[in-house]
Each structure stands twice: as C-alpha cells, then as structure tokens.
Design a protein around this ligand. Structure first.
Ligand code: SF4
Length: 196
C-alpha cells in the first residue's frame, strides 16, 4: 500500500523537530524551514508531496506527530483522508479549554521514589554534566555523564533509575538548570534558583 506525505512548508515554524529525528527524510533551507527530501510541489495546493510505501510509513508518521505546527500530514491516495488520527485544536479555539491553576503541597504530596535519588553538577572545564544515582539504600550505584539534559534524562529513564512521574519531571527540570549553568558558566546549587 502507498500513502502521500503532504507538507505545508509555508506554515513551517522552523522548530527542526522533524529533521532532528529523521535527517534522512528532511533537510533544512536557509531560513531553517524543513525541506521534504524528494518532495514535489503541488502548485495548486502549494503543498509539497511525496508518495511513500508501507515500509517508509513509520518514519514519516514520527516526523508528522512530532511537528508542533501540524504542517505534515499523511493521506490515503484514493480518499485523500489523513491517516494520522489526530484532531489538533484550531488556534482560535484554544482559549475555550479550561485553565487549571498549578499548585504543589510538598508536605502532602512529596513521596520518596523507591528507586532512589540523584545529585547532579556541571563541570564547565570538561563541558559535561555528571549525575550521581543513589539507590534506595543510599549507596552510590552509578554516575551518568553527558553533555546535555536530554541525553541524560533519557538515559535515566531508559535504565529504569526512576519509578515515579513526579520524580522524572523533577530530574528533567533540574537537569535543564544544570545545562544552563554549564553553558553560561553559572554557579549551580541543586534545588536552588540559578543566579540572575
Ligand atoms: S517539525 Fe514541523 S515546524 Fe518544525 S521544521 Fe519540521 S515541519 Fe517545520
């Protein structure tokens, strides 16, 4: 079975997500917009199109679903209907959804992750971040070393060093602070705000 990838380059916001995960399918123009490799411009619709086969579908689907601007679609050739099964909210309807005021009561809600805990620190001279992972017995188990937050928190999740969503979110947000401290050579103290 074949499908058509339909790409609206006019609306691309240069977020680079598509080419980040699939550089073999997307390249970048001088303005940072994505180019659908081997895509042909449909002059009537002003969309770039490329016919793909089943074997290519998964990679293009991933590109489409990661695009924050919903400018990549995949349609069936006969019906021209999208196969993505998503229903993005239109821009002018986004103010109609409920707003929840965020809050956190650490006394009532904080739970120790049974998998353990982490300490982390930037090492600007070496250009790396090191995260120490301690198990529930408080013994140091392993050091995770990386150059950015994304590599490190994905490694921590992949290795199964966290078991709660709240703890994973904490590690991700704290690692972003470490990455900023590393790049800007700021003093970093875990759980404290970064210096202005
Ligand atoms: S992810 Fe979407 S918005 Fe970002 S570059 Fe690719 S097509 Fe453009």
């Amino acid at each position: 079975m074949s499908y058509i990838v339909v790409y609206n380059k006019d609306k691309c916001t240069s977020a680079a997500k598509c080419m980040g995960i699939h550089p073999e399918l997307w390249s970048e123009d001088a303005d940072g917009k994505a180019i659908l490799i081997d895509g042909k411009l449909n002059a009537a619709s002003r969309r770039y199109e490329r016919v793909i086969e089943d074997s290519e579908l998964e990679a293009y689907k991933q590109s489409a679903l990661i695009c924050p601007s919903y400018v990549i679609d995949i349609v069936e050739p006969a019906s021209k209907k999208s196969i993505l099964n998503i229903n993005p909210t239109k821009e002018d309807e986004k103010d109609k959804v409920p707003v929840i005021q965020a809050s956190y009561d650490s006394n009532a809600e904080w739970r120790m992750d049974p998998k353990g805990f982490f300490t982390m620190k930037p090492f600007p001279e070496e250009g790396v971040i090191r995260v120490r992972y301690y198990g529930e017995d408080h013994a140091l188990k392993v050091v995770v070393e990386g150059k950015n937050a994304e590599d490190i928190y994905n490694t921590i999740v992949r290795e199964g060093f966290v078991s709660s969503l709240a703890h994973a979110a904490y590690v991700g947000s704290e690692l972003m602070k470490v990455e900023i401290a590393l790049k800007k050579r700021l003093a970093y103290v875990q759980d404290d705000p970064l210096p202005e």
